[in-house]
Ligand binder design. Sequence first.
Ligand code: ADP
Ligand code: 5GP
Length: 210
Amino acid sequence: MLTETKGMMFILSSPSGAGKTTLTKKIAENNKDLAISISHTTRKPRPNEVNGQDYNFVSLEKFNDLIRGNDFYEYAKIFDNYYGTLKKTVNDLLSEGKDVLFDIDWQGTQQLKKIDNLSIVTIFILPPDIKVLRNRLLNRHKGHEQLIEERMNKFNEEVSHWNEYNYVVINDDLNKCYDKILKIIVSEKKGIKINQDSSEIKNKIKELTK
Ligand code: ADP
Ligand code: 5GP
């Protein structure tokens, strides 16, 4: 269904807790032509996370070796940890004929966009409102109030990068948001861009960052 153009890269970014990990997983689970680029990180695994599946969890020493070896397409420091996309991870998936999904931040997106000959579509996910975002973070990080505040404090800075993305999608109802993203992917695979109502998006950004 998705294979009219070979080897596209779809990047999902968002403020922490808006739902990009949930959405990338749902997209990959339901569309076998799309595979997630599994990042390397120096962050410690969360209780439900599996090494090699959610991330490749590595030491800072190992991460620095990979930087020195020029092994990353992109990497960034986020909330005191390093995160990066290995060239090998992406190239292997593309050579298998897959399209690649990325759950990375705006810093990584900026770096990937500078690389020649990659076919990249960027999607920014927003929460429906701040209260909902806080509740989602509370849910994910029960008992870690400080961690939640750190993420909420970064919200405005992260959202300020929304206009560097091709598309902005609000993750209110998960299935509706999934459908919108899939529509974008299917359309972009056919070389067709979808028009978005920029005034609606600007109003939402204003409301979220006031
Ligand atoms: P991110 O990767 O953007 O930091 P996650 O995908 O981890 O965010 O989602 C944060 C939390 O919100 C998770 O507990 C997830 O299950 C939940 N969540 C994500 N999308 C929705 C949604 N549309 N409705 C309700 N809960 C959601
Ligand atoms: P978390 O620790 O919540 O899984 O992710 C924190 C942030 O790191 C999220 O914004 C996520 O998108 C971003 N991230 C995950 N992997 C990468 C990566 O390989 N590169 C970059 N630049 N960001 C990443």
